[in-house]
Design a protein around this ligand. Structure first.
Ligand SMILES: Nc1ncnc2c1ncn2[C@@H]1O[C@H](COP(=O)(O)OP(=O)(O)O)[C@@H](O)[C@H]1O
Ligand SMILES: [Mg+2]
Length: 174
């Protein structure tokens, strides 16, 4: 497995490691990051956020406490959200104003497609903003083909592995 520091071989700054050759390292994923801290995961979110645009849908998966909300906070910051970003676990959906609207949804407590529609998830996705959905797998049938998928895993040593893929290749976005 080929792991290089950001400084050596990628535009990613700081102490974040990006695994190159992600295809062979992790199957079909476009990008894989290793994060050693909350701040690094936030920074990965910022980097990904710079590649996201109005109308995009991002579905995040990963166990409780892996850093989904942390990553969303970084994405929000990159698209100009100034407000404090908090977990929508109990409120289901938060709306922020950045350079475009950002809808931050936590689907953990939703029972499926109908629930998602009722809480405003469908309207958010059809709207003119960026939609971020934690526990996106719970509403998988509602997700468009173009959804950007992010999965976070905790390694044995407590690091976070952050996997990214989209229709086309996420790396080709600019
Ligand atoms: N590398 C890391 N990336 C993100 N969070 C981390 C990391 N290491 C430890 N943490 C801690 O894990 C927790 C992640 O919380 P959160 O982002 O709310 O997770 P989730 O939304 O997936 O439940 C935070 O308490 C954070 O401090
Ligand atoms: Mg969360």
């Amino acid at each position: 497995m080929n792991i290089l520091t950001a400084k050596e071989n990628s535009p990613y700054k700081g102490g974040i490691f990006q695994k190159h050759d992600a295809k062979s390292a992790a199957g079909e994923w476009d990008l894989v990051f290793i994060s050693n801290s909350y701040d690094e995961t936030f920074e990965v979110g910022c980097e990904l956020g710079r590649k996201l645009k109005r109308g995009d849908v991002v579905a995040l998966s990963g166990a409780l406490g892996t850093g989904k909300t942390c990553l969303c906070t970084g994405i929000c910051r990159a698209v100009g959200v100034k407000d404090l970003v908090t977990s929508p676990t109990y409120t289901i959906i938060h709306e922020y104003e950045g350079v475009f609207p950002v809808y931050h949804i936590d689907a953990y407590r939703l029972s499926g497609a109908e629930d998602f529609e009722n809480c405003g998830g469908g309207e958010a996705m059809r709207g003119d903003g960026l939609t971020l959905i934690e526990w996106g797998g719970r509403v998988g049938v509602c997700l468009p083909d173009e959804t950007v998928h992010i999965d976070i895993k905790i390694t044995n040593s407590g690091q976070r592995e952050i996997f990214v893929k989209s229709a086309g290749d996420f790396r080709s976005r600019n």
